[in-house]
Write a protein that binds this ligand. Structure first.
Ligand code: NAP
Length: 243
């Protein structure tokens, strides 16, 4: 990729976010690693990125907290001068059937997975518009398109994230800010690793290739997408399950 890009990735201390952060670790780039609780993990990712020749900084903030997001984006922009790429990756699950789901579990997932992406898009979108453009990539899920039993909160938040992607792309296109969503497929990392065994087996059985998806392919795709200049408002399914 053309280097000297400034990239902010939410939830980059582990799982998919970690792999995405490493994907951007090219010499000249500056990668901001946001995390909620796992400071040591974020420091480890930062160290790995520096070994690969990029600059890295860890930033603690709860993406569901608007003032915290504002402070984090301000801190990153002050340090690096701008933000070129935002990856809204932070996400949680609180899986229960609808009739047993405590309202707090519904709200927690909506706040982290959807409100958080809105707060980041609002703050970084304004910066990017002022700086002549940028790329926002939202990490959604096939569940946001298909729905699934036991995670209506997650499905609704990811469906909302896809709608946010399209609306933000329409609004921000005139500022050369591209906004796209990626559906990662089913990865045996992060929340994928902790999914119920029968869910993992079903994902493999539904895959037309009989596999779970490769996080290195996902990272390479997201880096590529961040460099495209004429693609916006799209949803890319990186799965081998057919929608
Ligand atoms: P993960 O391993 O559980 O990691 C979650 C990351 O998000 C961690 O870095 C965590 O920080 C951070 N985080 C959680 N709540 C946060 C908050 N309120 N503010 C800031 N950071 C927060 O998850 P993952 O499996 O890599 O998933 C990453 C994204 O991919 C999610 O959006 C998920 O929905 C999506 N996805 C995953 C899969 C899959 O198969 N794994 C499939 C489809 C979509 P701490 O380490 O500090 O707690």
């Amino acid at each position: 990729m053309e280097n000297k890009k400034v990239i902010l990735i939410t939830g980059a201390s582990r799982g998919i976010g970690r792999e995405l952060a490493l994907g951007f670790a090219a010499p000249g780039n500056t990668v901001f690693i946001n995390y909620l609780k796992e400071k040591d993990a974020a420091l480890e990712v930062a160290g790995e990125i520096e070994r690969l020749g990029a600059a890295a900084h860890h930033l603690q903030a709860d993406v569901a907290d608007f003032l915290g997001v504002q402070a984090m984006v301000k801190q990153a922009a002050e340090k690096a001068g701008r933000i070129d790429v935002l990856i809204n990756n932070a996400g949680i699950t609180r899986n229960r059937s609808i009739i047993k789901m405590p309202p707090a579990d519904w709200h927690d997932v909506m706040r982290t997975n959807l409100d958080g992406a809105f707060f980041l898009t609002r703050e970084c979108g304004a910066l990017m518009a002022k700086n002549g453009g940028g790329a926002i990539i939202n990490i959604a899920s096939i569940i946001g398109v298909r729905g699934a039993a036991g995670c209506a909160n997650y499905a609704a938040a990811k469906a909302g994230l896809i709608a946010l992607t399209k609306s933000a792309a329409i609004e921000l296109g005139r500022f050369k800010v591209r906004v796209n969503a990626v559906l990662p497929g089913f990865h045996l990392t992060g929340m994928g690793k902790t999914a119920a065994k029968d869910y993992i087996e079903r994902a493999r059985a539904e895959s037309v290739l009989g596999v779970t998806t490769d996080v290195a392919e996902l990272a390479a795709f997201v880096v590529f997408l961040s460099q495209t200049l004429t693609v916006s408002g799209q949803v890319f399914n990186l799965d081998s399950r057919v929608i």
